[in-house]
Design a protein around this ligand. Structure first.
Ligand code: PMP
Length: 367
C-alpha cells in the first residue's frame, strides 16, 4: 500500500535484491571463491589500510567536510584543478546526485541497453523518463556494447543527461576515446554526458583512454571514477567525479555534509600515492583476464571482449543451472537475468588459484 504513496517514478521499482546470502555461504564454504561483485582480487594497498586504521583515532570528530587533501592529490593526479572535483560515498552516490540535480519530471535520461543498472535508478529517482538506446547487435565485434550512433540519434529536446560506462558493466565492452570525442561533438551543450570510468584503470587497449582529457573541450562532460575497483577499497565507499567548476558548484548544493568518512579520505590519499600497487593490480588482472578468457573459449563458451576485471560469459539456456552448480561448489558468479541477459553469467577475474577453482567447478557442472 505504501508503494502507491511513493513518487510516481518509484512505484513500480523493486529494491535491490542481492539474491544470495554471502554470509551464510562463507560459513558453508571456507575459502568461498567470490567472483560476483567485481571486487579487487589482490585487495587494497597495505598503505591505504594503515591510513584508514590511523584515521580511526579521530572517529569522534567529523571528517574534513570538503576532503581538501584528497582533492588536491586527485587534482595533481589528473591534471585538473581541485574545483573540478567532487567526492562521493562511492561513485554510486554521485551518479544518483547527478540525476537528482539535473534530471526531473518531463526530462529524459538516456543510457544504452545493457548499461549499468544504477543509471535507470537515477532516472526514476529523479522522476525523469529513462530512454534506452539499442546496443550493438550480435555479430558485431563489440556486441552488446554501446552504439554511440544509436545513442546520439536518441537524443531529443527533452534529453538532459546521458550516462555511459566506459568500459561498461556488465558487458566489459568499451568505446575508443576518439569515438567518444566525436559523440560529444555531436551533442548540444545542454545535454550533460556522464562517462562512468569505474573500471578504467584496468584498460590495456591503446585506444581506450580516459575522457578526463576531454574536459577542457566539453563543459557538458562529467567523468566519474571509483576507489572500489583497481584501488580495492569497495568497503570504504569512496568515489569522485571530475567536471567543469561551475557544474561541480551546482552539484555541491545537494551534497550531504560529511558524505565521505575520515578513514575513506585517508585511505584514498594513500591508495593514490601507492602507484606500484595499482600497477601490480593492473598487470595481474590483465594476464589473468586473458588466460581465463582463453580457458573459457577453449570450453566453447562465448566470452565478450573485456577491458575490465570481469568477463561476461554466455551459457544459453543452461545459465541458471550453471550458476547453481557453481554456488554449490563454493564459487559465486553473478547471474545476469536482471540485465536482460538471462543466458549469461558475469564472472570477476580472480587470482590464479581462484580462477583455477572456477574452471574446475565449471568442468564438473558442464560434464
Ligand atoms: N559504475 C559502474 C560501472 C560499476 O560497475 C559500479 C560498481 N559495481 C559503480 C559505478 C559503483 O561503484 P561504487 O559506488 O563502489 O564506486
Amino acid at each position: 500500500a505504501f508503494s502507491a504513496l511513493a513518487q510516481p517514478g518509484l512505484q513500480r521499482l523493486r529494491a535491490y535484491d542481492p539474491g544470495l546470502d554471502l554470509v551464510a555461504l562463507r560459513q558453508a564454504h571456507p575459502g568461498l571463491v567470490e567472483l560476483g561483485s567485481n571486487e579487487n582480487a589482490l585487495g587494497p594497498s597495505p598503505a591505504a589500510v594503515a591510513a584508514a586504521v590511523a584515521a580511526l583515532d579521530d572517529a569522534h570528530r567529523y571528517p574534513d567536510p570538503i576532503g581538501g587533501g584528497l582533492k588536491r592529490a586527485l587534482a595533481a593526479h589528473h591534471g585538473v584543478s581541485p574545483g573540478q572535483l567532487m567526492l562521493g560515498n562511492g561513485s554510486h552516490e554521485l551518479l544518483m546526485m547527478l540525476g537528482q540535480t539535473f534530471a526531473g519530471p518531463g526530462l529524459d535520461v538516456l543510457a544504452s541497453q545493457f548499461g549499468f543498472a544504477v543509471y535507470a535508478l537515477a532516472a526514476r529517482a529523479a522522476g525523469a523518463d529513462l530512454v534506452q538506446a539499442p546496443a550493438l547487435p550480435a555479430g558485431h565485434a563489440m556486441a552488446r556494447g554501446h552504439d554511440l550512433d544509436a545513442m546520439a540519434a536518441a537524443v531529443g529536446p527533452r534529453t538532459r543527461l546521458v550516462y555511459l560506462a566506459n568500459p561498461n558493466n556488465p558487458t566489459g565492452t568499451w568505446v575508443p576515446a576518439t569515438a567518444l570525442e566525436a559523440f560529444l561533438a555531436r551533442l548540444p551543450p545542454t545535454v550533460l554526458v556522464v562517462v562512468d570510468e569505474a573500471y578504467m584503470e584496468y584498460a590495456t587497449e591503446p585506444g581506450l583512454v580516459s575522457a578526463v582529457g576531454l574536459l577542457a573541450r566539453f563543459e557538458n562532460l562529467v567523468v566519474t571514477r571509483t576507489f572500489s575497483k583497481a584501488h580495492g577499497l569497495a568497503g570504504l565507499r569512496l568515489g569522485y567525479l571530475l567536471a567543469a567548476p561551475g557544474l561541480v558548484a551546482v552539484l555541491e548544493r545537494l551534497r550531504e555534509s560529511f558524505n565521505v568518512n575520515g578513514p575513506a579520505l585517508a585511505a584514498g590519499e594513500a591508495a593514490l600515492a601507492d602507484t606500484g600497487h595499482v600497477e601490480r593490480v593492473r598487470q595481474a588482472n590483465a594476464s589473468e583476464r586473458e588466460a581465463l578468457a582463453d580457458a573459457l573459449r577453449a570450453r566453447e563458451l562465448a566470452v565478450s571482449p573485456s577491458q575490465t576485471n570481469f568477463l561476461l560469459v554466455g551459457f544459453g539456456a543452461d545459465a541458471a543451472a550453471v550458476e547453481q552448480g557453481l554456488v554449490a561448489r563454493g564459487v559465486v558468479p553473478r547471474p545476469m537475468a536482471g540485465y536482460g541477459l538471462p543466458g549469461c553469467l558475469r564472472i570477476t577475474v580472480g587470482l590464479r588459484d581462484q580462477n583455477r577453482k572456477l574452471l574446475q567447478a565449471l568442468d564438473e557442472v558442464l560434464a
